[in-house]
Design a binder for this molecule. Structure first.
Ligand SMILES: Nc1ncnc2c1ncn2[C@@H]1O[C@H](COP(=O)(O)OP(=O)(O)O)[C@@H](O)[C@H]1O
Ligand SMILES: [Mg+2]
Length: 156
């Protein structure tokens, strides 16, 4: 699937994250792309809070690389790979196993090189010269098309 949306403000991003949250299950990997400040952590935070059902503190994993959560149905891994020294360190962190067993939200996924899961959902955020963000949604695996709640978001 391929779609481009305009998320008019931070609340629109959070609303999309909240709608996607209940569709996810262990083994799902979301690759959150975009420059610093594009809104990756904001999206992940809203998604994690929706899964947990409470306004938990969801810090950016900038320095820890990974923060984990458990919502009772799934383990959630929130990773920020900006400071990853190389794909090997991702294995040391246990990310490869988490890709199979947890819901994974991965910022700076390009740091994984060729180890990016082929069936992941890719969400690329971009800043614009107008308010809001552009979001490109891409998945090779057609099963995502039914699960991504695009209908209620504004198409570009
Ligand atoms: N759709 C949006 N429109 C406008 N601002 C947004 C949107 N999504 C997120 N933001 C804002 O962008 C800023 C940076 O977000 P953050 O998630 O920290 O970026 P990243 O993790 O990509 O570096 C935050 O202040 C957040 O509120
Ligand atoms: Mg971030």
């Amino acid at each position: 699937m391929d779609a481009t949306l305009h998320l008019s403000d931070a609340d629109a991003s959070a609303a999309l994250a909240r709608r996607l949250a209940p569709e996810l299950r262990p083994g799902d990997v979301l690759l959150l792309g975009g420059e610093i400040g594009a809104g990756k952590t904001h999206f992940a935070r809203a998604l994690i809070r929706a899964r947990l059902g409470r306004d938990e503190d969801v810090p950016s994993p900038t320095y820890t690389l990974v923060q984990t959560y458990d919502d009772g149905r799934a383990e959630i891994w929130h990773a920020d790979l900006y400071r990853l020294s190389g794909p090997d360190e991702a294995f040391e962190l246990g990310l490869d196993e988490a890709f199979a067993t947890a819901i994974c939200l991965v910022e700076w996924p390009d740091r994984l090189g060729t180890h990016v899961p082929a069936d992941a959902l890719r969400l690329d955020f971009a800043m614009l010269d107008r308010p809001g963000r552009r979001l490109r949604v891409h998945a090779e695996d057609g099963r995502w098309a039914k699960r991504v709640p695009l209908a209620t978001a504004a198409h570009d």
